[in-house]
Design a protein around this ligand. Structure first.
Ligand code: NI
Length: 256
């Protein structure tokens, strides 16, 4: 069984055929999906969908490009959601200087608050980092404690990946690993032990080869696993078993 540790299955791209897509996931051996919220509305949708389908597990958070939702009230409400048994993680959260680098301090403050909630409630962080990898590491290190979580959609250097692993984090490998020009990700996969990786789609975005450009969906997870197996010259069964074990560890046995 595979686990997609990062999906946005609530996205309107799935409105016309969501149940068919979810059926196809089960048929494709992708039997558990983490549904990742990133603002007020998507946190609500992640929770709502997870009530409907038992193999969907919600996370709630505030993404650095959605800071319009930010307020003390929002954070009180977010903390109430995080306390719920069914919520398995916090995020996506993190830093993004690609879309907006005008509010770096506010991004760091909001990220740090979510790190603190992760430590307080012992739930893993789903970390987004774009054009901000140095600052992401710095904020995480500033806490001075081991951190449970995943560097989602990782595309940084091997050297930085080692730093995140040292803090206690997993590395999320998605469709990008199948792209011909994805040198960094391929090197990270080749050099680091399989015990550090979890699989993810980030659907509906970042569709793996050969479906690049089309809508991404969790049933493409085996394509990502195949690519990892071929880079590491191991059997895909090993990738399946180890990454599923890693995902279960990451979510602290909450994926029941
Ligand atoms: Ni995402």
């Amino acid at each position: 069984m595979f686990i997609d540790t990062h999906s946005h299955i609530f996205d309107s791209a799935f409105d016309s055929d969501r149940s068919e897509v979810l059926d196809k996931c089960i048929e494709s051996n992708v039997k558990k999906l983490i549904v990742v919220g990133f603002d007020k509305e998507t946190n609500r949708l992640a929770l709502e969908l997870s009530k409907k389908y038992p193999y969907l597990y919600p996370t709630v958070g505030l993404h650095p490009t959605n800071l319009d939702d930010y307020s003390d009230n929002f954070f009180n409400y977010l903390e109430e959601l995080i306390k719920l048994d069914e919520v398995v993680g916090i995020g996506e959260c993190g830093l993004d200087y690609y879309w907006d680098d005008s509010k770096k301090d506010l991004q760091k403050e909001v990220f740090l608050k979510q790190i603190e909630l992760s430590l307080k409630y012992n739930k893993p962080l789903i970390i987004h980092s774009r054009d901000a990898i140095g600052d992401t590491l710095e904020v995480l290190k500033s806490v001075g404690k081991p951190i449970n979580g995943v560097m989602h959609g990782y595309s940084g250097s091997l050297e930085m990946a080692r730093e995140f692993i040292k803090l206690g984090l997993k590395i999320g490998i998605g469709g990008v690993v199948t792209f011909k020009n994805a040198k960094n990700v391929k090197e990270v996969v080749k050099e680091l032990d399989l015990s550090n990786f979890v699989l993810e789609t980030d659907c509906p975005y970042l569709t793996p080869t050969p479906y690049r450009g089309k809508r991404n969906a969790p049933y493409y997870i085996p394509l990502i696993a195949n690519e990892i197996a071929s880079i590491k010259k191991i059997d895909v069964k090993e990738v399946e078993e180890t990454t599923t074990k890693n995902a279960n560890e990451l979510f602290g046995g909450r994926l029941l």
